[in-house]
Ligand binder design. Sequence first.
Ligand SMILES: NC(=O)C1=CN([C@@H]2O[C@H](COP(=O)(O)OP(=O)(O)OC[C@H]3O[C@@H](n4cnc5c(N)ncnc54)[C@H](O)[C@@H]3O)[C@@H](O)[C@H]2O)C=CC1
Ligand SMILES: O=P(O)(O)OC[C@H]1O[C@](O)(CO)[C@@H](O)[C@@H]1O
Length: 381
Amino acid sequence: MKALHFGAGNIGRGFIGLLLSRAGYEVTFSDVNQELVHALQERGRYTVELANESKDEETVSGVTAIDGRDLQRVAEAVAETDLVTTAVGVGVLKHIAPGIAKGLEQRRQAGTVHKPLHIIACENAIGGSTQLKEHVYALLDEQARAFADEYVYFPNSAVDRIVPIQNHADPLHVQVEPFYEWVVDRSQMAPAFKPINGVVYVHDLEPYIERKLFTVNTGHCVAAYIGYVHGYDTIQQAIADEKVKSVVYGALQETGQVLVQRFGFNPEEHEQYIVKILGRFVNPYLTDEVTRVGRSPLRKLSPNDRLVRPALLAYAEGIPVTHLATGMAAACKFDVSDDPEAVELQSLIRERDVAAALSHYTGIEEGHPVLVEAVKQYHQM
Ligand SMILES: NC(=O)C1=CN([C@@H]2O[C@H](COP(=O)(O)OP(=O)(O)OC[C@H]3O[C@@H](n4cnc5c(N)ncnc54)[C@H](O)[C@@H]3O)[C@@H](O)[C@H]2O)C=CC1
Ligand SMILES: O=P(O)(O)OC[C@H]1O[C@](O)(CO)[C@@H](O)[C@@H]1O
């Protein structure tokens, strides 16, 4: 069985590639980073280290890579593979769509390879695979769409593993937290699909993706933004400060009430889930920079993402949103010059003002109480 994975970065090597290889797939990575591509081609293997006391290490072998800029080569790989996965960033999905679309057309023309193909986006987003499907379908003609409707599946998934920026002499070596969770929507897959070991299959992904995104990712980004405001470099340092921790915990109480109401989770079990997540954030064997965890603030402030969606859901239910609003306010203080989204945000705040900028990116009207609270918090920071 062959798997083509887009994105040989931290999650690609440290999580998805590792699990697919363990499950017996021959993994080919597609990436635009030539250093990674050449190293994978030359060595065909890399090491994954767990962030625990014994630094357990596992070698992933039998892997290779292709140049993601080479459209023809990418299309051939799509035509030949049994499974496609991605971990490139949700904003990059549109850039990998042309190679996938061309590969699907080759599969159609080959006529014989009418076996189902699953394409799973492993990104931090609601409906990541559906978003990729839309980008791909926009490039297909009617015949190719009919073919894809019959033979190609885009199940959505939720992925959870903290993999920080890597600083090793070996560009392929990757250090990861021990915990991982990969949940895939079984109802969007071919009935005959052979399960991948280590993947959890569910028939309704919504509670899983929302619980993950609105707990792990909400908590993490609030820690990053508040930590940044307080001048901390890492998440570990930030959460050691009770002032930061209490905002993070408060935000997770707000999202927790939403999640318990929406999905009927047991409140005590959800509280345990929150405590477990907070424990993962402060793993002493990891160094996770606030600039990584807060990266791409415009994506994180977008209407369907980890701050705005739970805040609006909470507000609609009469649940207080002070801490989530504080997180949004702190996101507006995230002034990181090598993060293009932070640069854009700061420039709009300067050009107009924080209320106008927040309203623009969150989609919340300026007079809305959630936005008013966020602006108030911003001015108090
Ligand atoms: N790092 C983490 O802890 C987690 C990340 N995620 C999600 O996983 C995704 C990837 O994140 P990371 O691995 O941290 O980022 P990363 O930056 O380490 O990896 C992304 C890789 O995609 C490659 N790439 C960019 N454009 C490409 C293209 N057109 N074709 C092929 N490859 C391309 C980059 O060169 C890079 O190697 C994101 O959606 C992120 O939200 C999800 C859970 C945890
Ligand atoms: O910031 P992004 O790209 O959404 O992804 C990183 C996030 O995902 C996580 O790995 C959680 O699974 C956190 O480390 C971090 O908050």
